[in-house]
Design a protein around this ligand. Sequence first.
Ligand code: SAH
Ligand code: SF4
Length: 347
Amino acid sequence: MKKINLKGMTIEEIETFVNSAGIESYRSRQIFQWMYNKNAVSFNEMTNISKNLRKKLTTLAEIQTLKILRKQESADSGTVKFLFGLPDGEAVESVYIPDQKRRTVCVSSQVGCALGCRFCQTGQMGLKRNLFAWEILDQVLAIERELGVDVTNIVVMGMGEPFQNYENVLRAVELCAHPEGMAIGQRKITISTSGLVPAIRRFTREKRRFKLAVSLNAATDEKRSRLIPINKKYPLAVLLDAVREYLQNSRCRVTFEYVLIAGENDSVEDARRLRRLLKGIRCKINLIPYNPTFPGFRAPDESKTNIFIQELLEFPAPVTLRKSRGSDIDAACGQLFVKNEKCVKIA
Ligand code: SAH
Ligand code: SF4
């Protein structure tokens, strides 16, 4: 008989399962807390459940976990990149990024991505499949287990377009935020989208409280469509309307990510257009120097980057420049890709 995987289930779903096995309802809450709060990977660890019951649970159900295939530590920044094996033989990457204030995990939402942005490694893979909710949230749990840390923040900015796997991603982050589980505050969880307008509207309609980031990367439709083909379907005016609608129902700012690529989107005129485009939108701008993954694409040099930033400084919203952390291990979010060389094998 195939065992039921409880990881990824809500308390109510676990309750339905325990009831069907003739077990009292209150056990569901205990199992939930063990799985998500205490990070248990087997029923045997659940010491407030009797031995007999643990045995019964083991015959009926399981708690799936991701397998660490590789782990790479950055020489200087404390950043650690993981390659996780999935039960069907696929693999995804996640990154642990610590700083003075936060311990952040960047998680993947899909194996590959269908959207084919020109500068993005994951996009070149095409879409293999969506991740299940448990495969998304166990990236966080597996990193906590392996490194013995308490993760404080999550960014859904790894491989894949989270809003093309809307239900599983939202289920996963709701579970990560659950007060009886990992209890990571909703405002400490950011979902990054390349601009899937119907999903942004759904996110607004459902009054989700997670933070939203939109990968803008260009300030005109012509340039954006060249870099991000989905822009042809949902051009800037439509995208920004959906963002404005989201902001009407949220007290947070939206983050616009802007990957700086030399010769593509890094001129003074680009910066001016960006300023004009975002005028009146409650936002912050996160500039990300392009991490060279394709020949022909590179980040602008420091002086050009500074000129771009100067041009934006008149803008009332905060502008940040993402430091390249862990770039020695290709750990910058959004350019995760299975690279076999340069890896430390631990399993
Ligand atoms: N699909 C989502 C989330 C994953 S990509 C999205 O597009 O937002 C996360 C971020 O990484 C995006 O802002 C993307 O523009 C950026 N990115 C992709 N490749 C990159 C690279 N080589 N260097 C720097 N940023 C990159
Ligand atoms: Fe997909 Fe995001 Fe990469 Fe575009 S940038 S191909 S949406 S992962």
